[in-house]
Design a binder for this molecule. Structure first.
Ligand SMILES: Cc1cc2nc3c(=O)[nH]c(=O)nc-3n(C[C@H](O)[C@H](O)[C@H](O)COP(=O)(O)OP(=O)(O)OC[C@H]3O[C@@H](n4cnc5c(N)ncnc54)[C@H](O)[C@@H]3O)c2cc1C
Length: 394
């Protein structure tokens, strides 16, 4: 008969989730964790306060580690498993959601559509340089009046001889004003099509959106298209419907299910360590029952969410993951991460409101993560439809 072990659980891996990872996965995770420890954490509070991202250096370094488009095969991409990509997202977001967003947008939203729907020429032209970080991409779907319902987009492209003329605008575009190419989704007579728009094309501009109180270590921009002329070679040949952008979103949402647990883990760990050092009433605050309850709730949420993410990763690698299951992970892990960040902030008291500690920064970032890539409500409705068979979006 197998017996219960009386070994003490590790406070940082209570359920022993590490034992579910292969040596290769642990190695990759260790590499990303070291990178975040050495190159992100010492700086990110300052970047966040200044509202900037040293994107050129970061893109190059992250490209050198092999994280850009890492789950894609060929064309200079690393071709890792989906689970490995998820674990990288988790470690990057333990640094900052802005850094994970940079990598998600590049790999899942800009490289993936070229890899999936592009011609051989387009793949060879862009993917190798995007994998090294030499070329930065962005993904333009959302518009000022078209958010949760992207099919109501107004940006349009019309054929003009062998060219296309693109007009309209996109809003809230991550990496917009630092991108070398934008993958833009536009209405055409043939359905919704994806265009690769080099950002030095006449008529294209990308003013940066300022005054953000969330995801400050990330560039967010408008994209404006004023009669942007594009040769036919710049349209993605493989798709002419909303299936194009939606399949990219599924890729990115998958990474977020992991990433959110990185942010949550960082908050839990900050609260755990602070609570053992901070004394009030002549005792560490960790000795109070109310604090222990908070710590346990956070630990349980992080472990549970990490298990969910890993389960989704294994299903994706097995080819059995559905978009509705991705919604489950994005919905549940992001709302729980937000709750963990708020709780951790409270454990840190006044210190918790500063950028000297991570929880408040993560909390503010997670408000964006709660909204982008399908809001919490939209994922509720996706799952609601899956279990009732009734569509309740409109
Ligand atoms: C920092 C940041 C970066 C982003 N990066 C990108 C990017 O790179 N590319 C890109 O294309 N987009 C990007 N987005 C846009 C993001 O995907 C949208 O903000 C999101 O889809 C929600 O759209 P919206 O903001 O217009 O909100 P709305 O759609 O106007 O929603 C407002 C509220 O109404 C609710 N709601 C809407 N419809 C329903 C319904 N049927 N039933 C119930 N509730 C409903 C929503 O859940 C939400 O609570 C980014 C956003 C942010 C904040």
């Amino acid at each position: 008969m197998s017996e219960i072990s009386f070994d003490k659980p590790d406070p940082h891996d209570f359920l022993g989730i590490d034992s579910l990872l292969s040596d290769e996965e642990k190695l990759l995770r260790g590499t990303v964790r070291d990178f975040v420890q050495k190159e992100i954490l010492p700086e990110v509070g300052d970047w966040w306060e200044a509202g900037e991202l040293p994107h050129k250096d970061l893109a190059k370094t992250i490209g050198d580690i092999g994280l850009l488009g890492m789950h894609l095969e060929g064309y200079g991409c690393a071709g890792t498993s989906a689970t490995a990509y998820g674990l990288a997202c988790l470690e990057l977001e333990a640094g900052d959601s802005g850094i994970r967003s940079f990598v998600s947008v590049q790999g899942s939203l800009a490289m993936f559509p070229i890899w999936k729907f592009g011609s051989e020429e387009q793949k060879n032209e862009w993917l190798p340089r995007m994998a090294t970080g030499e070329v930065i991409g962005c993904f333009g779907l959302t518009e000022a009046d078209s958010g949760s319902d992207p099919s109501s987009m107004r940006t349009n492209a019309k054929r003009d001889g062998s060219d296309w003329i693109l007009n309209g605008s996109k809003m809230w575009i991550t990496n917009g004003s630092i991108a070398d190419i934008a993958v833009v989704w536009a209405r055409t007579d043939e359905g919704v099509r994806g265009f690769i728009v080099p950002t030095d094309t006449p008529g294209f501009s990308a003013p940066e959106i300022k005054k953000k109180a969330s995801l400050r270590a990330s560039v967010t921009s408008e994209l404006l298209f004023d009669n942007v002329r594009l040769p036919d070679e710049f349209v993605l040949p493989g798709v002419a419907s909303m299936r194009g952008p939606l399949s990219c979103l599924n890729e990115a949402r998958f990474g977020i299910a992991f990433g959110a647990m990185g942010a949550a883990r960082a908050c839990y760990e900050a609260a755990l360590s602070y609570s053992k050092e901070r004394e009030q009433f002549d005792k560490p605050i960790a000795s109070f029952q109310l604090t222990q309850r908070k710590l346990v709730e956070m630990m349980v949420a992080v472990q549970r969410g990490t298990l969910i993410a890993l389960h989704l990763g294994r299903r994706k690698d097995a080819g059995t993951l559905t978009p509705q299951q991705v919604s489950f992970g994005k919905f549940d892990n992001v709302r729980n991460a937000l709750e963990v960040a708020r709780t951790a902030r409270s454990v840190l008291g006044a210190n918790g409101i500063t950028l000297e500690y991570a929880p408040m920064r993560h909390m503010a970032n997670l408000e964006t993560v709660f909204t982008y890539e399908g809001t919490n409500e939209i994922h509720t409705l996706i799952m609601g439809q899956a279990i009732t068979g009734i569509e309740a979006f409109s």
